[in-house]
Design a protein around this ligand. Structure first.
Ligand code: ZN
Length: 494
């Protein structure tokens, strides 16, 4: 019998520990005291009768670690469905226009509604940790903190894309980090977010490195090697390539979480592994918005073989209309198998990327990501007593190929039950839906977008151009053209 200090006991469940040996209990018990897991073992007589504890009968359920969404953006969540049928150029034009205005005070209600909608849907879908880069993350820290979830948040910083004074951007970061880092019992943490390797000048990267020295506990979260222009623009910053740029300014280390890393070559993989930096792989966004048939695919198997921790991220989920992080595992496999050959992953590797490797990428592997005594109790129960899971052969394959958010019944974060048998304990779902409806209505009147049951119509290009930041994108295109010219010249000379 668990000792009398137990707060939560889950008994008679299938338990997928995702520990170093991937141990699996057919009839297992997980005991939680306060915020920690104290026991993970086969079920014993008496586990169902612990006085004073919250006892959960796990019969017909699978217990596994909560999922880690290793790279995402959340403020624009009310726009789910708005982008789905745009072409790639329309998407970029509209995103640029929106990104420039999202930080305005008048968008405060919209942003908060976005965080609420994201928190509710990720929570109910088994995601217990997010790593989000946004324009104004304060509401995100508060919404996720109050919902009992775990989240890494930081304001995106860029000087070539965005017409916001860099001093002001750094001041905003400081205000955010000083107010929110390590709050809500440590569940909410701040991150330093230079946006990417194509829209930040060397000066911004150097200032970011100085900031990282000043805030040594914070992760540095960015987009790296995402676009064909990435290395070219890193060269316009005086570096050999993207990874070289980060190395030169002193940011290529274990605190770095690089989203995408799609264009990495062997040397990039080697340098990243040597620096112990991490990668967040986001297959759906790129598969959905693939700009061309011949694009290179992210070398995730090579990264993992080299020892790089690779988590999975859903990225801008409102661009591809999915809150389903289980689906990212399936998409990671399908895209890699399609671009390369079958057999790029085995199922348990994908389960690990959804959980412990995502935790490792965020520097949290000692705390979360697996079910082991001493770890924080972030865990989810899936209802596997359903025809779709029958027979239960190869449980890891069922998790990554067949499970969906709708199968998640109960969620614990930090030992607190945030959802029990499908009922959310820490949020008011009706209020969240109402706020999202209000936000999208306001958005339509404010921006001339037309989002209806039948589809979505963005404002005309002319309207968008009027709202577009002018300095940033023009400067960026200028740099790209100049460096592409230089590169071509160098190639000819050689
Ligand atoms: Zn992203």
């Amino acid at each position: 019998m668990p000792d009398a200090t137990a707060d939560v006991v889950v008994h008679d469940a299938l338990v997928l520990t995702v520990d170093a040996d991937n141990r699996l209990f057919e009839r297992g018990t997980v005991v939680v005291a306060d915020d920690r897991i104290t026991e993970v073992r086969p079920t014993r007589e008496g586990d169902a009768d612990v006085a004073g504890a919250h006892v959960i009968d796990g019969e017909g359920s699978l217990v596994m670690p909560g999922l880690v969404n290793a790279h995402t953006h959340l403020e624009m969540t009310p726009l789910i469905g708005a982008f789905s049928d745009l072409d790639f150029r329309e998407l970029l034009a509209n995103m640029t226009a929106l990104f420039a205005r999202l930080g305005d005070e008048e968008f405060a209600f919209f942003r908060k509604a976005g965080y609420e909608l994201a928190a509710l849907n990720f929570l109910t879908g088994g995601v217990t940790t997010v790593n989000s880069m946004d324009v104004r993350p304060a509401a995100g820290a508060e919404v996720f903190g109050e919902a009992g979830l775990r989240g890494f948040f930081g304001p995106a910083m860029t000087d070539l894309y965005w017409d916001v004074d860099v001093d002001e951007q750094f001041a905003r970061f400081r205000r955010f980090a000083d107010e929110y880092h390590d709050t809500y019992e440590g569940r909410i943490r701040a991150t330093i977010c230079p946006h990417d390797d194509w829209s930040c000048s060397r000066d911004l990267w150097e200032r970011t490195a100085a900031l990282a020295d000043e805030y040594p506990d914070l992760l540095v979260h960015t987009h790296l090697l995402e676009l064909e222009a990435s290395n070219t623009l890193a060269r316009s910053n005086g570096a050999e390539d993207s990874v070289g740029l980060l190395d030169e300014v002193g940011l290529l280390d274990e605190r770095l979480v690089a989203a995408h890393f799609r264009l990495a070559d062997e040397d990039d993989v080697r340098r990243t592994a040597a620096a112990d930096a991490s990668v967040a792989h986001c297959p759906s966004i790129f598969a959905y918005w693939n700009p061309g048939p011949d694009v290179q695919w992210t070398p995730v198997p090579e990264l993992r073989d080299a020892g790089v921790d690779v988590g999975l991220g859903i990225d801008d989920h409102y661009w591809h209309d999915s809150y389903d992080l289980f689906g990212e595992a399936r998409q990671a496999r399908l895209a890699a198998n399609l671009k390369r050959t079958a057999g790029q992953y085995d199922s348990m590797e994908l389960v690990r990327m959804l959980t412990i490797e995502g935790a490792r990428a965020l520097g949290m592997a000692d705390e979360i990501g697996s079910l082991e005594p001493g770890k924080r109790a972030d865990l989810v129960l899936l209802d596997v007593d359903q025809p779709k899971f029958t027979p239960l052969a190869n449980l890891p394959a069922h998790v990554v190929n067949n499970a969906t958010p709708a199968d998640v019944s109960t969620v614990l974060v930090d030992g607190n039950v945030v959802m029990k048998d499908g009922s959310v304990e820490t949020m008011d779902p009706e209020a969240v839906e109402e706020h999202a409806e209000t936000a999208i209505e306001w958005f339509q009147t404010r921006t001339d977008w037309d989002v209806t049951l039948g589809g979505s119509e963005p404002p005309s290009t002319m309207d968008n151009l009027r709202e577009m930041p002018t300095r940033g994108p023009a400067r960026l295109l200028g740099r790209l053209a100049l460096q592409s010219g230089r590169d071509a010249y160098e190639k000819l000379r050689r």
